[in-house]
Design a protein around this ligand. Structure first.
Ligand code: GLU
Length: 403
């Protein structure tokens, strides 16, 4: 997408995140049917333009709590889980009915962090979601709140949507919110607050602007995320090569207005070519479960975009399996990169420091020549090959530090 482009532009695969406050009436817990019907029109219109649309929708807890008599105050975790179980079925039904009237089939996907972060589960979730898109359906995605405990929750659908967007290699993530983007100060309190149309890099100044303001409180306090989680989402999305926009979703047909480029929004754009799907995922979502220490020669080779060969590896830690994400450390222990191991820790330990030609003899089978292939490897501070302008403003593994 060009720098001046607004709206949906050329994006082919779009993830739209819907906040609870937009979809569920705070006073009654009812679905805002007219709003949803308008959204369904907008989604159908985007699909008619040959784009794939995925919805990440909040609202299960807000829609379910009153049905269980949980009408007032903050909910305990188990009450949220119960409310989500009740509300999610209602939410899914509402989407199904609204979109069916436009001839669009929906499919429900409930995910947990492990589904985007664990390699095998990630592949399953990605394949299923992409298959649904290929078959013309609109996946409606939410967190699997009923079984999510505090430790294993995303907790907010902003970051969940960003994880999903990068997992499925989306071009664009739109956070439909109750505000039209980021401001230089809290616009509810400061009349001089300026709207920021584009954020080239998520700098400490930008983070400071977001503060911890829960922007939805004015609309009834339904939403979990404030501007902070939206910036966290932007960081994940942009690191994964996906553009993100925060747009106001409150009015009917907000998505169409945004898609046509007529709505004010704050844009976060990836600064390089999109990474390959695999690199996006390695950069944005994977938690390393082991480490390989390499020698100085290998460290220099990695910096030039080369693979890690067994000959350059000095040591390892962690019980990783083949295909698991590992951190790659320099001889001094400094983190250099993250990648997918081509061998299990057990087998890797046996070929450390050995020539590639010796692998077959040592292990009794010939695996890959590399311990971590360059295609499966992302340098810290530079996902993808070579330097990445603007990335310096982002912590090397910022996505993970958000957990
Ligand atoms: N998954 C939660 C729900 O459906 C919403 C999380 C959020 O508000 O971001 O109620």
């Amino acid at each position: 997408m060009g720098a001046v482009e607004t709206g949906a532009g050329a994006a082919k695969r779009i993830v739209v995140k819907i906040g609870s406050a937009l979809l569920v009436d705070d006073a009654t817990g009812a679905i805002r049917q007219d709003w949803l019907d308008a959204l369904a029109d907008d989604v159908a219109a985007l699909k008619a333009q040959d784009r794939e649309v995925l919805i990440v929708s909040s609202g299960s807890i807000a829609a379910g709590r009153r049905l269980l008599g949980l009408s007032r105050g903050a909910l305990k975790l188990e009450e949220k889980q119960a409310a989500a179980a009740t509300g999610q079925i209602r939410l899914a039904h509402a989407y199904q009915t609204a979109l069916a009237r436009r001839g669009v089939t929906v499919a429900q996907i409930l995910v947990s962090p492990a589904d985007t972060e664990e390699r095998r589960r990630h592949l399953n979730a990605r394949n299923t979601i992409l298959q649904l898109c290929r078959l013309g359906a609109v996946p409606v995605i939410n967190e699997n709140d009923t079984v999510a405990t505090a430790e294993i929750r995303y907790g907010d659908n902003d970051r969940l949507a960003a994880r999903v967007a990068t997992m499925v290699s989306a071009d664009l993530l739109v956070l439909l919110s109750d505000i039209d983007g980021l401001y230089s100060a809290d616009p509810r309190r400061d009349p001089t607050a300026r709207h920021i149309p584009e954020v080239p890099a998520i700098t400490p100044e930008i983070l400071a602007m977001a503060g911890d303001v829960a922007l939805s409180s004015e609309q009834g306090g339904l939403s979990t995320g404030g501007m902070k989680t939206k910036l966290d989402a932007a960081r994940i999305a942009v690191a994964g090569g996906c553009a993100m926009a925060i747009a106001k979703g409150w009015d009917a047909h907000a998505l169409s207005a945004f898609a046509a480029g007529g709505a004010r929004a704050t844009w976060f754009r990836p600064q390089t070519e999109p990474l390959t799907a695999r690199k996006r995922w390695i950069a944005g979502a994977l938690k390393p479960i082991g480490a390989i220490t390499v020698d100085a020669g290998a460290a220099a080779a990695l910096a030039r975009g080369k693979s890690l060969l067994p000959a350059g590896a000095l040591g390892l830690e962690g019980a990783f399996e083949r295909g698991d994400p590992v951190r790659i450390l320099g001889p001094d222990g400094a983190p250099l990169a993250k990648g997918l191991a081509a061998y299990s820790a057990e087998d890797a330990a046996r070929i450390l420091g050995r020539k590639t030609t010796e692998i077959g003899e040592i292990l009794g089978y010939v695996g890959r020549a590399e311990l971590v292939h360059a295609d499966d490897l992302v340098l810290d501070g530079a996902p993808g090959r070579g330097a990445r302008a603007g990335r310096a403003a982002v912590a090397p593994d910022g996505a993970e530090s958000l957990e």
